[in-house]
Design a protein around this ligand. Structure first.
Ligand code: GTP
Ligand code: MG
Length: 171
């Protein structure tokens, strides 16, 4: 078989943003689950893209588990940050969590790529990826490669573009 490089990605974002649905769509048909429930703690999932074998740490976004995220910053090669584009009320909470992540010692000195999914683009009230990038102040991230892709994790729209970018950054 093909020998792929093993890499770790951390998947974070608020609860209900669609992290597990995103990760599930990256998995091969045999590994996909049909019933997605809110993640408790975190879940370790595997998928492949090009020459990389990904181990994804799919974290719970619920308030009571967000303290777990930071323990995985050190050993990850990339971060996937999922945002519910239709959840305008919690965009300030998203920014708070993102700022905490960016200021963390295990993140701020590393040049790890961050892929943002402006997910749930299918809702008519959803903000565009440009508006979300502005609201989160992504243009201020100077020391790391980042990219934002609008996505619909239910249909898979936008997901491939995102993971291709991440793969290019890591390889
Ligand atoms: P936690 O594990 O609780 O942190 O949530 P999560 O971020 O893993 O969210 P999850 O993948 O469980 O998805 C939450 C809900 O949003 C589910 O009902 C999904 O079917 C739905 N969902 C995910 N992505 C999309 C999307 O792009 N569009 C729509 N309409 N629904 C989505
Ligand atoms: Mg989940």
């Amino acid at each position: 078989g093909v020998r792929r490089r093993e890499v770790n990605v951390l998947v974070v974002g608020l609860n209900n943003s669609g992290k597990t649905t995103v990760v599930n769509s990256f998995k091969s048909e045999d590994d996909k689950v049909s019933d997605i429930v809110p993640t408790v703690g975190f879940s370790v999932e595997r998928f492949q893209n090009q020459n990389l074998a990904f181990t994804a740490f799919d974290m719970s976004g619920h308030g009571r588990y967000r303290d777990l995220w930071e323990h995985y910053y050190k050993d990850c090669h990339g971060i996937i940050f999922v945002i519910d584009s239709s959840d305008r009320l919690r965009l300030v909470v998203v920014k708070e969590e993102l700022d905490l992540l960016l200021q963390h010692p295990d993140v701020c000195q590393k040049k790890i790529p961050i892929l943002f999914f402006a997910n749930k683009m299918d809702f008519k009230e959803s903000l565009s990826s440009v508006k979300i990038a502005a609201a989160l102040g992504l243009d201020k991230i100077m020391d790391k490669p980042w990219h934002i892709a609008a996505s619909n994790a239910l249909t898979g729209e936008g997901l491939q573009e995102g993971v291709e970018w991440l793969t290019q950054q890591i390889r």
